[in-house]
Structure formats: C-alpha cells, structure tokens
Write a protein that binds this ligand. Structure first.
Ligand SMILES: [Zn+2]
Length: 281
C-alpha cells in the first residue's frame, strides 16, 4: 500500500455541485473545490467497469485526488447461510479490485451483524472470512487497505476494540474510524478531547505508528437514539465537537483521509479542511 503524504479531506461520492454526475467529473470537481480525496460509492453494487477504472486512475492522478471506496451495504460476513457469506466476501474483493485498478488506496465496509450471537464467536467468523479475503487479494496482487468500519449501531459488528483486534491479526486490515458512529453507538460519548486522545493512543499502542500514518476516517454530524445511529446531519447542526476533533488529529500528526459523509458532503469537507489548516502545528 502506498503512503499518504498528509491528512487529506474529501467527499463520500461525487460532490453535489458537480454539473455532470460522473466519477471523472466528480474527481475534477473535488480538485476545483480545493479538496484532495474522494470515496467511490459502490454501496449499491460495484457498477464501475474495468475500462472506466483505468480512466479514473489517470484523472485522479493528474488532479492529485486520493481515492477510497465504500463496498456495498449488502454485506454480512456473519450470515447464517454459507452462500451469503461467500457473496459478501466477493463484494469486498470486487470493490478492492476495482479500486486498485482505479489507483485507489483503501476500501471500507460494514463487516456484519451479531444476530444476537456472542460477540466472541461473531468475531471469530468475521476473522476467518477476512483471512480468506486477504489471501485471495494477495494471490491476485491487489494492494489496498481492507477496512472494517466502526459502525453506528450496537447490533452491528464493529466497535473500536473489535476492529483494532482484526487489524492486529491481519496484514492488509486497518480500521476505518467513523467518529460520528463512535459517538452514536456509545450513546453520546466519544465527543471530547480526552476520549479521542484515548482512542488514538489505543490504536497507536496496539497497531503502531502505521495506523495513525494511514487513517481512513469518516465524519459527519449525527442524530442518534439508544439504538445508535439515526441519520447523518450537517456538522454545524449537530452536537459533534468537530473542531476539537480536528485539533486532536493534528496533535497526533494523523495522516490519511477524512471523508465527509454529511448530507451537504462537500460543504462540510471544506469546512473541516479550512479549520484543520488554521490550527497551529
Ligand atoms: Zn459506512
């Protein structure tokens, strides 16, 4: 996996203000806006053809836009039926392959659901599935980070400890930290400098500097209940202390990418990038 030179900011998908809604135009628009990353949304299926991926690679490189991808939502590596687990694995593999062809860096996905089973046994099943995915990607020579996301509901597999543990055990795996999800999943916690310092220190302690030098972050405002995430909100209409979070990211010299998943995707990406640049080193 290639190294990322700094902390970049980008949009979850094609910016809303893109005139012609194509991936190539989206990348150009990201650059015009002054952003430097974009997440390809394969959330309803990997609908990008390999020929287009080659073109996307060229355009992203030319405009210095770092690409990540979000694998389909329809993934459950803990599904009861073996066929569903295999289909889920294939969706992750296909997302990684297409992203790699597009010159991208990191693919994120929601690993699965607990389905009321003991978290330890769910962990083992997901570990085994990811081990197989990693092996198959290595055999194909595909080099992108494979990232289980910190999820927004307590019924979804993927709290910080679980995804850090997977990252310890697997070579191509690192966490995607969705700070809005952490906040919603933990019923309003994870919204202070102390808690974020603790999260990042925990990652550095368990995974080394490599994890902080290669962070894949999701951010947005968020509305939540006792059941976790309800919906994403613009940062300034939410209770997220996002400016403090940016200070902590700078304090820990985090590199990688921050993807805005707010409903106003590029506005909040720009808001964060500008604020981040104002903070003294
Ligand atoms: Zn996600």
């Amino acid at each position: 996996m290639f190294k990322v030179d700094r902390l970049r900011f980008g949009t979850a998908g094609i910016p809303l203000s893109t005139e012609k809604r194509s991936t190539v135009d989206g990348i150009k628009r990201v650059r015009e806006l002054g952003l430097d990353a974009m997440e390809l949304e394969f959330v309803r299926g990997v609908n990008m053809k390999p020929e287009l991926a080659k073109k996307v690679r060229y355009v992203a490189k030319k405009h210095d836009v770092l690409l990540t991808a979000h694998a389909p939502y329809y993934i459950n590596l803990n599904a009861a039926e073996k066929a569903k687990v295999e289909a889920s694995k294939n969706r992750i593999i296909q997302s990684a392959e297409r992203l790699y062809q597009a010159g991208g860096w990191s693919v994120v996905f929601h690993a699965g659901y607990y389905l009321k089973q003991p978290p330890e046994s769910v962990y083992q099943r997901i570990l085994e599935a990811l081990r197989d995915i990693e092996k198959r990607l290595m055999d194909k020579g595909i080099k992108v980070w494979i990232r289980p996301e910190l999820t927004g509901k307590p019924t979804q597999f993927g709290d910080l400890k679980e995804i850090v543990k997977l990252s310890e055990e697997l070579e191509m795996v690192l966490p995607t930290i969705d700070f809005a999800h952490a906040h919603a999943r933990n019923k309003g916690k994870c919204n202070s400098v102390e808690e974020w310092r603790e999260m990042l220190a925990f990652m550095e302690d368990r995974l080394g500097r490599e994890a902080l030098d290669n962070m894949h972050i999701h951010m947005s405002g968020i509305d939540y209940t006792d059941k976790g995430e309800k919906r994403h909100l613009p940062l300034q209409e939410s209770d997220m202390k996002w400016e403090d979070l940016l200070r902590v990211l700078k304090e820990f010299r985090v590199k990688g990418v921050v993807i805005s998943e707010s409903p106003n995707i590029e506005d909040d990406a720009l808001l964060m990038k500008k604020k981040y640049e104002e903070i003294g080193a």
